[in-house]
Design a protein around this ligand. Structure first.
Ligand code: CA
Length: 654
């Protein structure tokens, strides 16, 4: 009895001081389905995420340790502010062009025993949670170094993972890693160790049993912070980790420094009971704004890329003429000239090639190494993009010669120093009307919107690996079914796809063997999104590839007004619809070892439900042919997709 009274008294005291010290707070999405609940447990700020009342992220710690104080323990919750944010914006280089964003905002301020404060800002939209830290001025301090973040994500024990490991620093080709080019595991238990024991890179996909899906990533990362990753899993919990000391050849700090008052980047949690909100999310761009105006916004388009199949041996004047001619023949806007052009073609040669290309309405894209002192790359040009003086000289020369795109390769990791280099290159390039592709690089984090002359990034095991090894060819279909759900869901992906050679060498008669069909290759031109697609076509394809495939590739768009997941499961198969103006391109590939018999429900993209649509499919005799498929009441007549095969259907949107 005594105990009961005591407990009641404590509860009464707690409730009487509720206004001042209430710890538990809740914020819901505009549709009411997604909820974030914050609390303070033994002095540590915590949160959890529920969708339709199911736990998607269990109670997890927040906060960080900085050189100005420990904001992860000994904290009390002192204040909350609620508001709403709505915005409308347009983007021409992501999965949707016309975007409405609405979120409920909760700002919770915490203080330590000395009264030092930090604030956590939550934005909760219908399928996305985002949070970041705001750090006010210290009494004397106007700068801080964030030493460790406690921000974590604890998943229910039945969760399985679709994640890719962070590599060790300074390993791989010419000691260029990490570069977000590691394989994915799929549907693995959380107890599995990562390949290198260094955690995982963003984005990371989690299947929370029967309750739904969660995609973790971050956005709004610029030169004011480092890129972060996820730690190894401990008791179902992944924590935010900073770059490894060894990255960037050991140069630069792995702890981000910020000026005060300051904010950290957004961490994003995309949540759904199906995969649709994962594939369709625009959260990386909803939370950021353009950082500067541009005189030369990225022109979307297609391009040829000799190096993919013809490799270093094609970096000479004569072969580049062949690929410029191929681009002109296909109606493509670009021809990418890869490494060694400075040695093998020379500046004079490039000037003549650029004039020749422009006479055929083709623009050159020129390759550069990013380094520098952060790896052993000898592929040249080196030491140009790494510093402002040579960089701006080269950019001026390109501008004078009508070259408006560069591809910069082999970056040094995720340290703040390296993120600043990405930003410096983008900013300088913008002054010279140049737009930028990154390779051997980090994940873009909202960059399509932040930097208007940014095109896209590799940050994936890309098509080059098909040439490097048969294993990758054998897994091509499997990998293709992951990207729309994970890597390409949060950022433009420079993959270099659509190979129509059957053998992956110059003469289409040796090297590795492509295991996927031509129709599969056409499907990837839609599945993989990048506003400038540099395809792996070769001059011989004009003669030896199926006529229907070449006709499709001449007309394929690279920008999208909308994107919808129709059906799929990462690692097994995917059917995705992307709309360019008034045409929907419904694209599918099959990575299972079984024939897929698909009766597609297209009612989400075809409201009147009725149409006869052309579909590009495999054909025994012709390789690829078009046939027509009938759609009635939104359901398309049955399509059979063989293993490692694909299709593209083109539907009038009106
Ligand atoms: Ca690469």
């Amino acid at each position: 009895m005594k105990i009961k009274i005591a407990l009641a008294t404590i509860l009464a005291i707690y409730s009487s001081t509720d206004m001042a010290y209430a710890a538990k707070r809740s914020i819901k999405s505009p549709d009411g389905k997604l909820e974030v609940i914050t609390d303070v447990k033994a002095g540590t700020p915590t949160y959890m995420v529920k969708y339709l009342d199911k736990i998607m992220i269990d109670e997890s710690p927040l906060g960080f340790k900085a050189d100005i104080g420990d904001f992860s323990s000994g904290m009390t919750d002192v204040k909350q502010v609620e508001r709403n944010v709505r915005k409308h914006y347009n983007q021409d280089r992501i999965k949707r062009s016309d975007i409405d964003y609405e979120a409920n905002v909760l700002e919770v301020t915490y203080a330590d025993a000395d009264g030092r404060q930090m604030m956590v800002e939550w934005q909760v939209s219908d399928n996305n949670v985002a949070f970041r830290y705001h750090i006010p001025n210290g009494k004397e301090r106007r700068s801080a170094v964030i030493e460790k973040e406690e921000s974590s994500f604890k998943f229910p024990p039945y969760t399985t993972t679709f994640i890719t490991p962070q590599s060790n620093p300074m390993i791989g080709w010419k000691r260029t890693k990490p570069s977000y080019e590691e394989p994915y595991t799929n549907d693995s238990p959380m107890s599995a160790k990562s390949l290198y024991g260094k955690g995982y890179t963003f984005p990371a996909l989690f299947h929370v049993g029967n309750d739904g899906w969660v995609l973790l990533s971050e956005t709004g990362v610029d030169g004011n912070y480092c890129g972060s990753r996820l730690s190894e899993c401990k008791d179902g919990t992944y924590s935010i980790a900073y770059p490894m000391e060894g990255e960037n050849n050991g140069n630069g700090s792995s702890s981000p420094g910020i000026s005060l008052p300051g904010t950290t980047p957004w961490r994003t949690i995309t949540v759904g009971n199906t995969l649709d909100p994962i594939v369709e999310t625009t959260i990386p761009w909803d939370l950021v704004e353009p950082l500067y105006e541009t005189k030369a916004a990225t022109a979307p388009g297609r391009g040829t890329w000799s190096w993919l199949l013809w490799q270093d041996g094609s970096i000479n004047y004569e072969d580049q003429v062949k690929f410029i001619d191929l681009a002109a023949n296909m109606g493509y806007e670009n021809a990418l000239i890869d490494n060694w052009w400075d040695k093998n073609i020379g500046k004079d040669g490039i000037e003549r090639l650029s004039a020749y290309a422009r006479s055929k309405n083709v623009n050159l894209i020129l390759w550069f190494s990013s380094s520098g002192y952060w790896n052993d790359i000898e592929q040249s040009p080196t030491n140009v993009m790494s510093r402002p003086i040579p960089r701006k000289k080269a950019m001026k020369w390109m501008q004078d010669n009508g070259i408006s795109k560069i591809k910069v390769d082999f970056f040094g990791g995720d340290k703040q120093e390296t993120i600043r280099l990405y930003e410096d290159i983008l900013s300088d390039a913008n002054d010279y009307g140049i737009s930028v592709i990154f390779h051997g690089c980090t994940l873009p984090r909202g960059w399509e919107r932040m930097y208007p002359n940014y095109i896209g990034s590799e940050a994936v095991l890309a098509s080059e690996n098909l040439v490097f090894g048969q294993d990758f060819c054998n897994n091509e279909a499997f990998n293709a079914t992951l990207h729309p759900f994970i890597r390409n869901a949060v950022g433009s992906m420079e993959y270099g796809g659509t190979i129509l050679n059957h053998r992956l060498n110059r003469d289409n008669n040796g090297g590795t063997i492509r295991m996927t069909t031509d129709a599969f290759q056409l499907a990837t031109a839609i599945l993989f999104q990048n506003p400038v697609q540099n395809f792996a076509l070769a001059p011989n394809n004009l003669e030896d590839a199926p006529a229907a495939a070449i006709e499709f590739m001449k007309n394929v768009p690279t920008t999208w007004d909308d994107t919808k997941l129709i059906k799929g499961y990462p690692g097994k198969y995917v059917v995705l619809a992307r709309r360019n103006k008034n045409k929907w391109y419904v694209s599918g590939v099959n990575a299972t070892s079984d024939k897929l018999k698909l009766r597609l429900d297209l009612s989400s993209i075809l409201p009147n439900g009725r149409q006869t649509a052309p579909v590009y499919v495999s054909d025994k005799n012709e390789g690829v042919k078009t046939k027509s498929v009938k759609i009635k009441n939104g359901i398309a007549s049955e399509l059979t997709v063989l293993p490692s095969d694909g299709f593209v259907m083109i539907i009038d949107a009106d």
